[in-house]
Design a protein around this ligand. Structure first.
Ligand SMILES: NC(=O)c1ccc[n+]([C@@H]2O[C@H](COP(=O)([O-])OP(=O)(O)OC[C@H]3O[C@@H](n4cnc5c(N)ncnc54)[C@H](O)[C@@H]3O)[C@@H](O)[C@H]2O)c1
Length: 340
């Protein structure tokens, strides 16, 4: 059985990937400092708590486990925060990646799957955006991922090292069995924000900008269900294990929804009306990001199963209600959902 190290494996996307790996016959080893992740989110497989910049701790994990490939998800992820704290973002996202790559080299591990983002494209000239479009990120978060992508290309040219970069569009939804989902109290993603407002735990949903050059003035994004994102990782892993060459793939559905459309859909799915507050644009948000996902379907045989906005919202809503119900009765801590 192949051992796969998943950094950020206790986070929102990482925990779904750990679950998917374990259910697909791999052994997942999560590595996370729990700064934004949760112990309960690692349903099966091992969890090692540590920082990706902690060389000694990482070395111990590589020493203890015979790692065959690495999926690297540990990062800071909030675009507006990256504009306020660029140093923190470059340190964690670029330096963290470098530390990990150095340890991999030390242990002769040469297969790497990297969590990148649509934010590397900045404001694309052509929509849907394809992988060969130019990279012109407009915020430090996107820039930190573009830098890491560049590092991977250079290592691959010089050494026996192969990688797959997956550029995620907007991850959303939750495990349909409601075992795991977005667990961060301060999650910033639109669908989670809408659902928490619908549930009454936030007073109003803020919409940043209604004057974008889109059909209804609000930003348009391509929302991908977290389980489809997880299956993209297992396909990428099999591709690398079978000798596939380094490559980069978009992960999205070729389909965009405006903020207003998402709000409308959330109101339909939840049956709850909720207040919406329209405020000025915030820096760092491109108007439209929609994936051209032709390449990943053709080359990796990726076949999404949850490509429907209402399904995405419904799975997230079911999870959110479970999360809130537990929250009501218990303190929200590491032991709360543990393996239940
Ligand atoms: N959520 C999205 O829509 C989206 C879109 C594009 C790309 N991504 C990428 O996907 C990855 C996972 O994102 P997510 O939404 O699950 O976020 P998340 O914050 O839930 O997960 C990140 C995890 O990494 C851990 N982490 C952060 N810094 C660490 C460090 N120094 N050492 C060890 N662990 C550390 C956190 O504790 C957390 O569990 C990130 O790399 C992010 O850039 C996410």
């Amino acid at each position: 059985m192949k051992n796969i190290l998943v950094t950020g494996g206790a986070g929102y996307i990482g925990s779904h990937i750990v679950r998917e790996l374990e259910e697909s016959g791999f052994r997942a080893i999560a590595y996370d400092n729990l700064s934004a992740g949760h112990e309960w989110a690692v349903l099966s497989g091992r969890l090692f708590v540590g920082n990706i910049q902690d060389t000694g701790r990482l070395r111990a994990v590589f020493d203890y486990n015979s790692i065959d490939a690495v999926m690297h998800m540990a990062a800071h992820i909030v675009v507006p925060e990256s504009l306020e704290k660029p140093l923190q973002y470059y340190s964690n996202n670029v330096l963290g990646t470098l530390t990990l790559l150095n340890i991999m080299k030390e242990f002769g591990v040469n297969k790497f799957i990297f969590s990148s983002t649509a934010a590397v494209y900045g404001i694309p000239e052509v929509i849907p955006v394809a992988e060969d479009s130019s990279l012109r990120p407009i915020n430090p978060y996107g820039q930190s991922k573009a830098m890491a992508e560049r590092i991977l290309q250079d290592i691959c040219r010089a050494e026996d090292f192969r990688y797959v970069t997956l550029r995620y569009f907007n991850a959303a939804g939750a495990d349909p069995l409601t075992r795991i989902g977005e667990g961060k109290e301060h999650a910033t993603h639109l669908i989670t924000q809408c659902l928490r407002t619908a549930a009454g735990t936030k007073p109003a949903l803020k919409v940043y900008g209604t004057d974008y050059p889109t059909f209804d003035g609000t930003c348009i994004r391509d929302y991908i269900h977290v389980n489809d994102l997880s299956s993209a990782h297992t396909e990428a892993l099999k591709y690398l294990l079978n000798g596939g060459a380094s490559d980069t793939f978009n992960c999205g559905y070729n389909q965009g929804y405006s903020v207003r459309e998402v709000i409308h859909a959330v109101k339909q799915v939840t049956g709850a009306d909720f207040p919406v507050q329209y405020v000025n644009r915030r820096p760092g948000d491109p108007p439209i990001l929609i994936a051209d996902s032709t390449k990943i379907k053709k080359k990796l045989g990726w076949a999404p199963q949850f490509n429907d906005l209402h399904t995405i919202i419904k799975t997230a809503w079911d999870w959110e209600q479970k999360r809130l119900a537990k929250h009501k009765f218990c303190r929200y801590d590491g032991g709360l959902f543990n393996k239940s």
